[in-house]
Design a protein around this ligand. Sequence first.
Ligand SMILES: CC(=O)N[C@H]1[C@@H](OP(=O)(O)OP(=O)(O)OC[C@H]2O[C@@H](n3ccc(=O)[nH]c3=O)[C@H](O)[C@@H]2O)O[C@H](CO)[C@@H](O)[C@@H]1O[C@H](C)C(=O)N[C@@H](C)C(=O)N[C@H](CCC(=O)O)C(=O)O
Ligand SMILES: Nc1ncnc2c1ncn2[C@@H]1O[C@H](COP(=O)(O)OP(=O)(O)OP(=O)(O)O)[C@@H](O)[C@H]1O
Ligand SMILES: N[C@H](CCC[C@H](N)C(=O)O)C(=O)O
Ligand SMILES: [Mg+2]
Length: 484
Amino acid sequence: MKLRELLHAIPVQQLEGTVDLEVSSVCFDSRKVSAHSLFVAVRGVHTDGHLYLDKAIENGAKVLVVDALPDQLQAEVTYVMVADTSYVLGLLASNFYGNPSKALKLVGITGTNGKTTMATLLFNLFKNLGYHVGLLSTVENKIGDRVIPATHTTPDSIALNSLLSEMVNEGCDYCFMEVSSHAVVQQRIAGLRFAGGIFSNITHDHLDFHGSFDHYIKAKKKFFDDLDRFAFALTNVDDRNGAIMLQNTFAHKKTYGLKNMADFKAKIIESHMDGMLLQVDGHDVWVKLVGGFNAYNMLAVYGAAILLEQETMKVLTAMSDIIGAEGRFDVLRSTNGIVGVVDYAHTPDAVENVLSTIRELRQSGQQIITVLGCGGDRDKAKRPEMAAVAVRLSDKVIITSDNPRTEDPMMIIRDMEAGVDAKDRKHVFTIAERKEAIRAACHLAQPGDIVLVAGKGHEKYQEVNGMRQHFDDKEILIETFNEQ
Ligand SMILES: CC(=O)N[C@H]1[C@@H](OP(=O)(O)OP(=O)(O)OC[C@H]2O[C@@H](n3ccc(=O)[nH]c3=O)[C@H](O)[C@@H]2O)O[C@H](CO)[C@@H](O)[C@@H]1O[C@H](C)C(=O)N[C@@H](C)C(=O)N[C@H](CCC(=O)O)C(=O)O
Ligand SMILES: Nc1ncnc2c1ncn2[C@@H]1O[C@H](COP(=O)(O)OP(=O)(O)OP(=O)(O)O)[C@@H](O)[C@H]1O
Ligand SMILES: N[C@H](CCC[C@H](N)C(=O)O)C(=O)O
Ligand SMILES: [Mg+2]
């Protein structure tokens, strides 16, 4: 593509060099630059792309996008100075791939918990309604039935636009994607046109990255602030911060809720281990998901489908058929009657929701044994809180490891243990090796008891010191159950 074309609608402050040259690719990593690339220098968490301008030129870059011009300019290179390179990277990525978000209906979902579940439910619902659909999620990216492994909850703007353009080329009508707060702050979604945005909820997470809860709220809100007047903005009115999300949006404001007045309303009529009977806008509908939080997820999905102009009865019928994402309240049973639940709960709120649901569904005498850990190089403040909630709502807890990354697993465990009251310690065990922790929980369980393995859900790895080793909670549960 010609640089002149690529710079369409880009807020350029200063230009040095020609715009009549061919650009072969847009890159933000000097190591991925090849002949005739355009390199965007981004200021990151660990380093600054502006330090790699020479490396980018050495690797073949002919255009550099910067927020400050270097002292020495190279004659054969075009310099484009802009105020915010991360933002401009989003716009350039959209332009480079032909603005694919404008050629399908893109719906973004943000919030602390429920994004993957809602995006997957919407993907499955619209497929069931007969559309060709795309999905961008933590678990996987999908174009129709084709799976493309996911590296992030929200891909970087180049990967994102490349995936969207493949979706357009393959005839997708809709794409449902997760919008993480990291992605909003890092402008990964800049330049995208959304047909709608959905807010699930906001509770404690990622305070390491955002600094404070207030900044975390503002990051989520920015997604709605940037929606245009043709989009819908659907929020959870039962969440304390649900209304705040829509304060400054130009989009059509719509609400859903189980407790407060809302445009889309639902009630839980019956709850079972294998599903719930919901009343959605006055209609009874059986769904295959369990837990009050999933009533919210289902209701938001219903609301979004109606806002996307689907027929009510068709949507309700399809809702009975669809399932959510892998590793979200997956139930397994041992031959001797122990119930295993694998769930991706990795925030205090999610642990509370999952355990409250299990408590509501258990029969008298059934014990709950929870296995959980907390991720390394992530929000430390949630560690004692997650442990405290698990101890409050379980009969026994085994504290273990969950992706220690570059941290010492025992230090993470100590942070978690700080949330356990002295009086509860006799019900709490520490087994750093996750496999052994799961096995011990199964051995402690009596027939009928429930073993919750929380935090990793669909993940197929344990990350230790930058190395990912194969690890699958479900696989270990099944293996141990088969021995019992
Ligand atoms: C903290 C964070 O979000 N980091 C993301 C960020 O990296 P960074 O800011 O650390 O980048 P950096 O290393 O400082 O480098 C700055 C710039 O210099 C460039 N560089 C660097 C070295 C070099 O030799 N040449 C070069 O050009 C880099 O390409 C980059 O453009 O930008 C990168 C490119 O987009 C991301 O891959 C990276 O995600 C890391 C791997 C990550 O773990 N992110 C997690 C926290 C994340 O994003 N999670 C959310 C979901 C959270 C949730 O809701 O659960 C997600 O959306 O996945
Ligand atoms: N609407 C909800 N409200 C609260 N908790 C939820 C909700 N939906 C799911 N959960 C809980 O949160 C966990 C994570 O759900 P999900 O993967 O859908 O969230 P996410 O927002 O995609 O998370 P991530 O930020 O890691 O991408 C689930 O396993 C469940 O325990
Ligand atoms: N997307 C989340 C997932 C956390 C899941 C948990 N298994 C962990 O590694 O902390 C994050 O990167 O913070
Ligand atoms: Mg997710």
